[in-house]
Design a protein around this ligand. Structure first.
Ligand code: GLP
Length: 254
């Protein structure tokens, strides 16, 4: 696992965007796994800048999002569909048919979850999966206690997650109770994982994920099982870590 601690949120975001852009330049048909939440916003801003100023081309890129609320219309400004179009897709030249976000309004959600997994496989799997982390250690919407082998499915949101996300809704009663999320097993099949974290409220979760024991009680600790993980943090999220970490990704000087 490579752990990189940056001074600022902007530096963290730039490094994540550079990793994604390198993949797209090398592999124009890259399959990206994308995340929502406030953490990846800076990364998306930087990717948009690279598209506009440097011609980063998304015309063949395929995306799969991690999760979605159940029962929120896609045009609700808190749905993850809305979030992704507002904060990334409408600013780049992605083909709408290449965008995949779990359907929280499917008539048969269980069937839609199985189909989502099949679609990921049909595209040859995810090359890079971007991840945030919940203050309770969740990844995507895999709440504490989620099976480390779980697949895309419907889940009940933790009260802590509903409280964390209530700031975006008129009141906590408006925060959906259920979600659809890729499973931890699904996430671990991506070719590379990039986990981002900023802010002091993530320090405990990061400590448990990076240095704690592997446990379903901290779903993000499952990244320890993956052979190619980069954790990029802004320094406030790294304050509880006990080992020393780099401020730049390791590069072989041959
Ligand atoms: C949300 C999302 C996660 C995200 C996390 C942290 O509920 N489902 O994918 O990583 O919680 O959100 P934020 O980045 O806003 O702290």
């Amino acid at each position: 696992m490579e752990v990189v601690v940056k001074e600022t949120y902007e530096e963290m975001s730039r490094l994540a965007a550079q990793n994604i852009a390198e993949l797209i330049r090398r592999r124009p048909r890259a399959v990206l796994g994308l995340a929502t939440g406030s953490t990846p916003l800076g990364t998306y801003k930087e990717l948009i800048r690279m598209h506009k100023e440097e011609g980063l081309d998304f015309s063949q890129v395929v995306t799969f999002n991690l999760d979605e609320y159940v029962g929120l219309p896609e045009d609700n400004d808190q749905s993850y569909h809305y979030f992704m179009w507002e904060n990334l897709f409408k600013h780049i030249n992605i083909v709408p048919a290449n965008v995949h976000i779990p359907d929280g309004n499917a008539l048969d959600i269980e069937e839609a979850c199985v189909d989502y997994e099949v679609e990921i496989d049909d595209h040859g799997g995810i090359d890079i999966q971007l991840l945030g982390i919940g203050s309770n250690g969740h990844i995507a919407f895999n709440e504490p206690g989620s099976s480390l082998g779980s697949r895309t499915r419907i889940k009940t949101l933790d009260e802590r997650t509903r409280k964390d996300n209530a700031r975006f809704f008129p009141s906590i009663n408006d925060v959906p109770k259920y979600c659809v999320t890729m499973g931890i097993g699904t996430i671990l099949e991506a070719g590379k994982l990039i986990l981002l974290a900023n802010g002091a409220n993530k320090a405990d979760a990061i400590k448990a994920a990076v240095e704690g024991p592997l446990s379903a009680s901290v779903p993000a600790s499952a990244i320890q099982l993956h052979p190619d993980v980069t954790v990029i943090m802004e320094k406030a999220a790294a304050t509880k870590l006990e080992r020393e970490y780099l401020s730049e990704p390791h590069k072989l000087e041959l």
